[in-house]
Design a protein around this ligand. Structure first.
Ligand SMILES: NC(=O)c1ccc[n+]([C@@H]2O[C@H](COP(=O)([O-])OP(=O)(O)OC[C@H]3O[C@@H](n4cnc5c(N)ncnc54)[C@H](OP(=O)(O)O)[C@@H]3O)[C@@H](O)[C@H]2O)c1
Length: 263
């Protein structure tokens, strides 16, 4: 099992059963070995079905899910993660995130449950999502297990350089969510110009930029065309000059910004 495959398939809002199963199945056929789901998305069971039906060996696929805000008290973590494992059809979840430091999140209580799941081998890695530097520091002071990844919004319009730098220094992987700014990157003229130069698409340019900046993107796509297009970004390498041009596009423009966010 590779540590963290370089691109994952997101499943947020891909909630029609057959369509989601088909997307995950197509992605596995195309070569994706990382699937991102969450208790809150309602897609764990579809991911589980696609994994069970696939010819790809389960051990080759890195499966990540997230515990929702309401379920972060100790007993609720233990109970709902058992339910997630059942829906996914997995003995072990490769990466289990705290979805947000919000709701019932309490570092001592929540992280004790995550440590226990880690010690028991029910999860391979502990992850957090939407954690700021301050929240990461609080969690690291309590947790015995290492924090493997912080899943945060990253795309050319929202780059979060300081948080990424902190993660790099702390040896925490950055997984980039909404890496296409929920489809908006295709309308950014600078990205379209770069795409034309590289005979690629603006989506591929955004995903290659993320990868080359040490971010693992998890784009969501439903159609075979987008699933393949996004995967093919692995074959695209941007020059350092192009990467710097994209670095300069940061507008700190989030697409996901709920009232309970820690920032
Ligand atoms: N941790 C968190 O709090 C959090 C928050 C948000 C998202 N996430 C994770 O990150 C994943 C991705 O984020 P997201 O779903 O918000 O947004 P995204 O991946 O940035 O964008 C998805 C949108 O882009 C479109 N798209 C996909 N590939 C494309 C391409 N090659 N060209 C043009 N458009 C394309 C999709 O269209 P179609 O619908 O037509 O396929 C969909 O509308 C989620 O699915 C989820 O797993 C996590």
């Amino acid at each position: 099992m590779p540590m963290l495959p370089p691109i994952g398939l997101g499943t947020f809002q891909n909630t029609y059963g057959d369509e989601c199963i088909e997307s995950v199945t197509t992605a596995l056929d195309v070569g994706y070995r990382h699937v991102d789901t969450a208790q809150d998305y309602g897609t764990e069971a579809f991911v589980g079905e696609a994994l069970a039906e696939s010819d790809v060996d389960r051990e080759e696929v890195f499966v990540a899910t997230k515990v929702w805000n309401d379920n972060l008290a100790y007993d609720d973590v233990m109970q709902t993660v058992e339910e997630s494992r059942n829906r996914l059809g997995l003995d072990t979840i490769d990466l289990l995130y705290i979805h947000w430091p919000a709701g019932a999140y309490d570092p001592e209580e929540t992280l004790a449950a995550f440590d226990e799941l880690y010690e028991a081998g029910d999860i391979r890695h502990v992850g957090v999502s939407n954690f700021t530097v301050e929240e990461l520091e609080r969690a690291r002071a309590v947790l015995d297990a290492p924090i493997f990844a912080n899943q945060i919004e990253v795309h050319p319009l929202c780059q979060q350089p300081d948080l990424r730098e902190y993660c790099a220094e702390a040896d925490i992987e950055v997984v980039g969510y909404s890496p296409l700014a929920r489809g908006r990157v295709v309308d950014v003229s600078e990205l379209r110009d770069i795409a034309a130069e590289y005979d690629a698409t603006a989506a591929q340019v955004s995903l290659a930029w993320a990868r080359q900046r040490d971010v693992t993107p998890v784009p969501m796509a439903r159609t075979e065309q987008y699933i393949k297009e996004n995967y093919a970004s692995l074959n695209l390498t941007l020059s350092e000059e192009t990467l710097a041009t994209i670095d300069a596009l940061d507008e700190e423009r989030r697409t996901i910004d709920p009232a309970y966010a820690p920032w």
